[in-house]
Every structure is written in structure tokens, then in C-alpha cells.
Design a protein around this ligand. Sequence first.
Ligand code: NI
Length: 196
Amino acid sequence: MKRIILIIAAMAALAACRESGWTKQEMATIMDQGMVMYVTTVPGDSTILRTKCTEIGPKELKSEELQTLIAKMKATVTDPSQDGVGIAAPQVGISRRIIVVQRFDKEGEPFEAYVNVKIDSLKGEIVRGREGCLSIPGLRGIVPRNSIINISYTEVPSGTTIKEQIEGFTAVIFQHECDHLDGILYTDRADSLFTY
Ligand code: NI
């Protein structure tokens, strides 16, 4: 009898995963934590930080888990313990193409989430600025980045593709966070690195 109940429970869990598009492990990472999630750091969490993330599919796009993950990523990056200007999903243990960026180019400088975001073109001039990363504590670097970028992303939950041109410091944050989705860290691109 117990075995039958276990099998039914396992089947229900599998069905829930198929329904939402998330794996069981992803659902546990999203749902089992408080609003402020564990932030992955090098070298201990290098495997996930160096892995190319997979896209958010149509099922995940409409799921409650995506809404929860976005809310938790915003809560994590803005938490006083982190105090960041951007965060990517692999930094909270989810190998999916989602980032949260502080829009310094918008009124009120809101934190906004972007799903399946990609940089279509790098333009403008190359500007060298100071960067840090929540996943690399105690380090800063000078990194060359483009001053203007064109991005596209998937609107939640409609699935519509949106295109946008972004400039200045906000464009730098987008480049840093989009790199995370391909397993690239700013230290790979930095001219110089220093501890603080
Ligand atoms: Ni980072």
C-alpha cells in the first residue's frame, strides 16, 4: 500500500514538472528557499557559473514558478547583504536565461527582469569601467564594454519578442549579466583585477 502511494506521489511530481516545464530540482531550488536566495560564488559553485544556460520555454513562461523566481531574484539582488545592480539566474542556482537589471536609465531606477535576453549588436564606443560581481566577493576589475547595445527578449507571459536599444551604465550591466548566461565572468574580459 505504502509503495503504491509513493508511486502515485512520484507520478504526481513528474506530472507537475511536465506541466510547468521546470525540472524537479529547479522547482525545489525556486520554491524551497525564502525570498533571499543562496548566491553561488567561485570557486565552490564554478560548475553552474561556467555552464551555458538553457532557454525558458512556453510552459515555464506561464508558470507560477517563473513569477516566484523573478520576485526572489529581485529580493536577492536588492537585499542589503548583496546590494547589487544586476543578477543572473545561475547566481541563484538556476541554469536558465533570466537576468534582473537595475534600469539606471529609467525614472525611479527600477529593477527589471529579462527572459531569454540576448545581445543582438554591440555598438558605440568601447568604455573601460570598474566592475564587480556578487559571485566573486572581494574582487573588482576594469572591463572594456560597449556603450550602446541592441537587445531582444521574451515578454512574460505573452511570449512576444521585444527589441530595445540600451545605452550607458545600464548597457554595461546588461553585458555583464548576459555573459553570466553563457558561463562567462567579467574576470575573463578584465584588463586588470584588484582586491579591495
Ligand atoms: Ni556578476
